[in-house]
Design a protein around this ligand. Structure first.
Ligand SMILES: CC(C)c1onc(-c2c(Cl)cccc2Cl)c1COc1ccc(-c2ccc3[nH]c(C(=O)O)cc3c2)cc1
Length: 232
């Protein structure tokens, strides 16, 4: 089936892909995953550093989403706080499923499994990672899915939801076309991608409990994570 993009859609895709490629965890931070200390404590500290770096990357990426900086300032904050965990599940899923630099994939998985997260959360978390891997998303789809997650209108405290809805719909129209272009044999592919967003919301609820159990065991987070997750 012939897929055609408008000039605006081509421009939007280019801006989003450039931002997505530009804003990655710095390699010196990612390399720390290869350190040879594997205690639960050490894993937690490393993952805290990765998450902090990932949030900084996420903020820079979000600022490049066309229209985002024109939103009400407080709504910008509400969207970032409401989507940070979900965006990081998508980014860590990409890292775990993509052939990262030698050994990073297994090491990241090992550290997540042994960082004090209770088994009841590990199972759904790695089911999600597996289901993302099975989709074999192209980079455009990953970048657009992250954009759509960030531009979710019904996050807590968002005042002007219609303004966010308009931006999200533009990204959804583009993603729908991308799916037809890259997965012509799977008419349901777009619907499957959106199904992952529902699973992300569930994981986000699990994550709130993960944070609570870490805090009970007196785990410290960085100021940036405390701010974005409203802890401490
Ligand atoms: C505060 C820490 C302990 C934490 O709390 N929840 C989570 C948490 C967890 Cl486990 C799971 C999912 C979401 C969150 Cl938010 C985390 C750790 O979060 C991350 C861990 C790794 C990465 C990440 C992303 C991209 C990467 N690329 C590479 C690379 O080598 O190229 C490494 C890498 C790591 C991002 C967040």
């Amino acid at each position: 089936k012939k897929v055609s993009f408008t000039k605006e859609q081509q421009a939007l895709m280019k801006v989003i892909i450039d931002a997505y490629n530009k804003h990655q965890i710095p390699q010196d931070v990612a390399k720390k995953l290869l350190q040879d200390k594997y205690s639960t404590e050490e894993n937690f500290l490393l993952l805290t550093e990765m998450a902090t770096s990932q949030v900084q990357v996420l903020v820079e990426f979000t600022k490049n989403i066309p229209g985002f900086l024109s939103l009400d300032r407080e709504d910008q904050i509400a969207l970032l706080k409401g989507s940070a965990v979900e965006a990081m599940f998508l980014r860590s899923a990409q890292a775990l499923n993509k052939k990262m630099p030698i050994g990073h994939t297994e090491v990241l998985e090992e550290r997540i499994r042994k960082s004090g997260i209770s088994e009841e959360f590990i199972k759904p978390m790695f089911n999600f990672y597996k289901s993302i891997g099975e989709l074999h998303m192209v980079l455009e789809e990953q970048a657009l899915l992250t954009t759509i997650t960030i531009l979710t209108p019904d996050r807590p405290y968002v005042k002007d939801q219609p303004a966010v809805e308009r931006l999200q719909e533009t990204a959804l129209d583009l993603l729908r076309k991308m799916c037809v272009l890259h997965h012509p044999q799977e008419p349901q592919y777009f619907a499957r991608l959106l199904g992952r967003l529902t699973e992300l919301r569930t994981l986000s609820h699990y994550h709130a409990e993960m944070l609570a159990s870490w805090r009970v065991n007196d785990h410290k987070f960085t100021p940036l994570l405390c701010e974005i997750w409203d802890v401490q």
